[in-house]
Ligand binder design. Structure first.
Ligand SMILES: [Zn+2]
Length: 440
C-alpha cells in the first residue's frame, strides 16, 4: 500500500469543476431531465400537480424541493413501460431488478445512456489509480444484475485486460487469478473472504497472487471488514456505491485517498434527507440518500428515495475532485431489525464482530421468538486453531463478543462460535440475516 498515491483523472474538467459551475451544470441538466420526465404519463401527472409544467418552472436548484419524491413502489406500479420516456426503438438495453420481493423495477437505456454510464465507471476505476496495465477479474454476476456488465464496460473503456468470469466456481477463480496475474478484483465482501479461506486448498498462498486492488460491492459492509480484507490479501480495497435505479455501479467511488466515495454530481443530484421529516440534511448528518438522474434519457428519475442510509463528509479531498464524498452505507431503512423494541442494523453487528481478531470469514445473524421475546443469535466462524486449544478460551471469547455487542447495540445476544466451513457460503450476495419470528 503506497504512502503517496498518484492522482489520475479520466475527465479532469468535470471531476475538478468548481462548485458554482457544477451547480449551473446541474440546473441545466435538471431542466433537460424534467423535460424528459414530462414525456411519461407518470411524471406528467405528478409534476403538473406540483405546479411544474415545463423546464421553465425550474430556475435554481432550490426548485428541486417542489418536485415530489419517487419511491420503489412508484417504479413497481409503472412496470413495465410507465417510466419509459423515449420510443422503444431508441432503447438498446433493459435491466430489471430480480423481483424476489415483488414486482420488478425496470430501467431502460438508450445507446447514449449506456455510453455515459460506461464513462462514469471508467472515471471511477481511474480514480482508484487503476489503468491499462491492470488485469481485471470481474467476479460479479453478469446478466440482469448491473454489477457485472457495468464494471465490465467501464474497465474495457479504461483499457484494462478484462476476465469476465462472473460469480462462483471458486477454484477456477483462484486458478485464473494465479495464471493471468490478476491485479484488480470486483467482488462481494463475503465472497472475497471465502476466496481467502480457499486459496490454501487450491495449493496457493496470497503471496503467489499478484493482487493490488479490490472493489467490493453489492452488499453493505463495515470498515473493519475492509481492513480485514486489506490485511489478509495485502491490497487496497475501495468502497463503491451504485444501484440499478441509478444505472448500477459508477454512481459513487472512492479515490486513492479512500476517505469517502466521490458522488459524480454532474450525473446525479445527491440529497441526504431525514427519513421521517424528509428535510434535507447538511454534511456529517446521517439520512436517506435521494438521487435525481441528470443525464439519462430513457428512464429519468426525479428525487428517487434509495432507502440507503449514509452521510456526506465535510471538507475537501486531497485529490482535488470537487464532487462531494458519501460515507459508506450505514444501513437500509428497510434493513432495520427491531429486537425487543430496540432498533439495530445488521451493519452494527458486523462492525463489532469483524474487529475481533480470532473471528474468521463468515457469520450469520438469526432472530427467533422465545415465548413473547425476541432472541438474537449471532453465529460466528472462528479460526479452527482455537478449537484445538483450551475450551476455556472459547468461553472467554464468547463472553468478550457478547459484552462488546451489548455495548454497541444494547441487546444481549446469544453468541455461537463455529469452526470454519459450517455456516452457508454465498457466491453472490450474502444472506446474513435469518429472521424466523412470526410477522404480525
Ligand atoms: Zn478524492
Amino acid at each position: 500500500m503506497s504512502k503517496l498515491p498518484e492522482v489520475r483523472y479520466w475527465s479532469k474538467e468535470f471531476e475538478t469543476i468548481d462548485r458554482p459551475s457544477l451547480k449551473k451544470l446541474q440546473v441545466k441538466r435538471l431542466k433537460e431531465t424534467v423535460s424528459c420526465a414530462l414525456k411519461t404519463s407518470f411524471y406528467k401527472a405528478r409534476l403538473k400537480k406540483a405546479g411544474i409544467n415545463g423546464p421553465e418552472d425550474i430556475k435554481t436548484l432550490d426548485d428541486l424541493e417542489k418536485i415530489p419524491f419517487t419511491t420503489k413502489d412508484d417504479l413497481r406500479e409503472c412496470y413495465p413501460g410507465g417510466l419509459l420516456s423515449v420510443s422503444l426503438e431508441e432503447v438498446v438495453r433493459i435491466h430489471t431488478s430480480s423481483g424476489t420481493t415483488g414486482t420488478p423495477t425496470v430501467i431502460y437505456h438508450t445507446g447514449a445512456d449506456v455510453d455515459r454510464w460506461t464513462d462514469l465507471v471508467a472515471r471511477s476505476i481511474t480514480a482508484t489509480g487503476a489503468g491499462r496495465k491492470d488485469i481485471f477479474q470481474n467476479m460479479m454476476s453478469y446478466g440482469m444484475f448491473t454489477g457485472g456488465l457495468g464494471l465490465h464496460y467501464g474497465a474495457e473503456r479504461v483499457g484494462m485486460t478484462v476476465i469476465p468470469i462472473g460469480g462462483g466456481n471458486t477454484r477456477r477463480q483462484i486458478q485464473l487469478m494465479h495464471d493471468f496475474k490478476t491485479t484488480v478484483l470486483h467482488i462481494t465482501p463475503s465472497y472475497m473472504l471465502h476466496i481467502h479461506s480457499k486459496t490454501g486448498e487450491c495449493g496457493f498462498s496470497v503471496n503467489d497472487l499478484n493482487l493490488r486492488k479490490a472493489y467490493l460491492g453489492a452488499e453493505p459492509y463495515s470498515e473493519n471488514t475492509r481492513r480485514k480484507v486489506e490485511s489478509l490479501f495485502n491490497i487496497d480495497v475501495y468502497n463503491s456505491y451504485g444501484l440499478s435505479e441509478m444505472n448500477g455501479p459508477g454512481v459513487a467511488f472512492e479515490c486513492v485517498y479512500k476517505c469517502g466515495m466521490h458522488t459524480w454530481e454532474d450525473a446525479y443530484i445527491l440529497e441526504i434527507t431525514d427519513p421521517k421529516t424528509r428535510e434535507s440534511l447538511g454534511p456529517e448528518k446521517e439520512g436517506e440518500i435521494v438521487f435525481t438522474t441528470l443525464t439519462r434519457k430513457a428512464t429519468p428519475l426525479l428525487r428517487y428515495r434509495t432507502r440507503d442510509l449514509a452521510f456526506v463528509h465535510g471538507g475537501e479531498c486531497r485529490c482535488k475532485r470537487t464532487h462531494r464524498r458519501l460515507s459508506r452505507i450505514t444501513g437500509r431503512t428497510d434493513d432495520m431489525l427491531i429486537v425487543n423494541g430496540v432498533n439495530v442494523y445488521p451493519s452494527q453487528i458486523e462492525e463489532v464482530i469483524m474487529r475481533v481478531p480470532q473471528v474468521g470469514n463468515n457469520y450469520q445473524i438469526c432472530l427467533e421468538k422465545e415465548g413473547t421475546l425476541d432472541k438474537l443469535i449471532v453465529k460466528v466462524e472462528i479460526y479452527s486453531k482455537m478449537f484445538r486449544g483450551d475450551l476455556g478460551e472459547i468461553e472467554i471469547l464468547k463472553e468478550k463478543i457478547k459484552t462488546e455487542l451489548r455495548a454497541a447495540i444494547v441487546i444481549n445476544a446469544v453468541i455461537e462460535l463455529h469452526e470454519p466451513g459450517v455456516l452457508p457460503v454465498f457466491e453472490g450476495k450474502a444472506k446474513r440475516v435469518i429472521d424466523t419470528r412470526q410477522k404480525l
